[in-house]
Design a protein around this ligand. Structure first.
Ligand SMILES: CC(C)(COP(=O)(O)OP(=O)(O)OC[C@H]1O[C@@H](n2cnc3c(N)ncnc32)[C@H](O)[C@@H]1OP(=O)(O)O)[C@@H](O)C(=O)NCCC(=O)NCCS
Length: 367
C-alpha cells in the first residue's frame, strides 16, 4: 500500500548540498511522468534547470510540494512519489497561478494526486489567487466521438477517460483550450525551405527585414523584445483563460537571458524589424536544451496584430530554421505547441513540414 507524507521542498544552495536530495527526487519523478506520457526523453528536464528556477523568484514565486515515502531512504530519488509545482506570478496576473501535478505511475490511484491537489489549492488561496491553470498531455489526439471532451473554442479534443482528464474534471476544473503539439523531423528539404523564404520576403516587401542572434538579446533590441514579450502574452489566442497582459521591460528581458545562460540553455532568435519605424514587430525563438544535441524547442512566435498579413510569420520562421540548420546541423527534431484555433500559425507550421503529434489540454479552476 502506498503511504506518504507531504512536505514543501526546501531550496538547496547547490545541486550537491545535503538538502538537494529532494530536488533530485522531484526531477526524477517529473521525468518519469513526462516519459510515460510522451514516450520520449526530449521533454525531460534537469536538476540544474529546476534549481535555477527556484533561485530566481523575483517574477514568479515557485512552491514545490512533494509526496514522500516515509519508509524510503531520503537520498533515493524514488522516495519522491509525486509532486505539485505551483508557480505564482508576482508582477502581473497576481490573481492566477499555474499548477503542475504528477504522480509516478506505480503509485497512482491511491490518493497521492488528490492530497497534493488539496495542499496546492490551500497555498494558492492563501496567496490570494482566484484562478488556477493546469495542463494535461496526450501523445495522440483522440478522434471525435462520445469518449472525448471538446474544447469550448470549438477546436481540439482530449480523451475523457485519460487519468489527468478524469482527475481534473472530478475536481471542478474546466477545459478551456486544446493546444496541438507539432513535430518537425530534420533534415528538411533545403530547396523547399528557401522557396518559402523567398516568397515571404517578396510578400513582406522592403519595409521588413529579418535579424537573427544567438543567446542574449543585443542591447539595441532589449526594449523592443520587452514590447514583443508583453504583447505575446495576450496576442496569441488564450481561449477562456483569465490571463492579463504580462509586464515586460528591458530588465526582465535581461533577467531571463541571464537565467538561460546560467542553465546552459542556448537560444536562437529571429526578429523582424519594421525598417521605417525601427521597431521589432515579429519574432520566433528556438531553445536548445543542454541534455540533448538533437532536439530543439520552438518557443514563442509572434507577429504584432497591426503587422499581420505580410507573411512575417513565415519570414521569421524560415530565416530561423535556416539559421538553425547552419549552426546546429545535428538537430533532428523540433517540437512546438500552438492553440488548435490558431489556424494561421498552424498553417505556417504545416507548410514547413511540422506534423501533428498529440497535444495538451489547458484547464482552469476558479477558486
Ligand atoms: C492525474 C494524476 C496526478 C492523479 O494522481 P493519483 O495519485 O492517481 O491521484 P488520486 O489517487 O488522488 O486520484 C486518482 C483516482 O484514484 C482514485 N482514488 C483516490 N484515492 C484512492 C484510494 N485510496 N484508493 C483507490 N483509488 C483512489 C480517485 O478517486 C481517482 O479516481 P478517478 O480517476 O476515477 O477520478 C496522475 O494520474 C498523473 O500524474 N497523471 C499524469 C500527469 C497529469 O495529467 N497531471 C495533470 C493533472 S491536472
Amino acid at each position: 500500500m502506498t503511504s506518504w507524507t507531504l512536505q514543501e521542498m526546501p531550496v538547496p544552495s547547490s545541486l550537491d548540498a545535503p538538502d538537494a536530495a529532494l530536488l533530485h527526487g522531484l526531477v526524477d519523478a517529473q521525468n518519469a511522468v513526462v516519459r510515460a506520457e510522451w514516450g520520449t526523453d526530449d521533454f525531460t528536464t534537469t536538476a540544474r534547470r529546476s534549481l535555477s528556477r527556484l533561485q530566481h523568484q523575483e517574477y514568479q514565486r515557485r512552491v514545490r510540494l512533494l509526496a514522500v515515502d516515509p519508509a524510503a531512504d531520503p537520498a533515493d530519488p524514488a522516495s519522491v512519489l509525486g509532486f505539485a509545482c505551483l508557480d505564482l506570478p508576482q508582477r502581473d496576473n497576481t490573481h492566477t497561478g499555474w499548477l503542475e501535478i504528477g504522480v509516478r505511475e506505480e503509485h497512482r490511484g491511491a490518493g497521492v494526486g488528490g492530497a497534493l491537489h488539496e495542499a496546492a489549492l490551500d497555498v494558492a488561496r492563501a496567496a490570494g489567487r482566484t484562478h488556477l491553470m493546469a495542463e494535461t498531455d496526450q501523445a495522440v489526439e483522440p478522434a471525435p466521438g462520445p469518449s472525448t471532451l471538446a474544447a469550448p473554442t470549438g477546436e481540439g479534443r482530449v480523451a475523457a477517460d485519460a487519468a489527468g482528464v478524469r482527475f481534473a474534471l472530478a475536481r471542478g476544473w474546466r477545459l478551456e483550450q486544446v493546444a496541438r503539439h507539432s513535430r518537425l523531423t530534420l533534415p528538411v528539404d533545403a530547396a523547399a525551405l528557401e522557396a518559402h523564404r523567398v516568397a515571404a520576403v517578396a510578400a513582406a516587401g522592403p519595409d521588413y527585414r529579418a535579424v537573427t542572434w544567438e543567446d542574449a538579446t543585443p542591447d539595441a533590441w532589449a526594449d523592443a523584445m520587452a514590447e514583443l514579450r508583453t504583447r505575446m502574452s495576450t496576442d496569441e489566442p488564450t481561449g477562456g483563460l483569465a490571463v492579463e497582459e504580462e509586464h515586460w521591460d528591458a530588465a526582465r528581458v535581461r533577467a531571463l537571458d541571464a537565467e538561460y545562460a546560467e542553465r546552459d540553455e542556448h537560444r536562437l532568435t529571429t526578429a523582424v524589424e519594421h525598417v521605417p519605424s525601427g521597431r521589432l514587430v515579429a519574432y520566433s525563438g528556438f531553445m536548445m536544451p543542454p541534455h540533448t544535441q538533437d532536439f530543439v524547442w520552438q518557443e514563442d512566435t509572434l507577429v504584432l496584430r497591426e503587422h499581420r498579413g505580410h507573411r512575417l510569420g513565415m519570414l521569421a520562421k524560415t530565416v530561423q530554421l535556416q539559421a538553425l540548420v547552419a549552426r546546429r546541423p545535428q538537430v533532428r527534431r523540433i517540437s512546438t505547441w500552438n492553440a488548435e484555433e490558431n489556424r494561421w500559425m498552424l498553417a505556417i507550421n504545416v507548410a514547413l513540414g511540422f506534423r501533428p503529434a498529440g497535444g495538451t489540454g489547458v484547464w482552469q479552476l476558479t477558486l
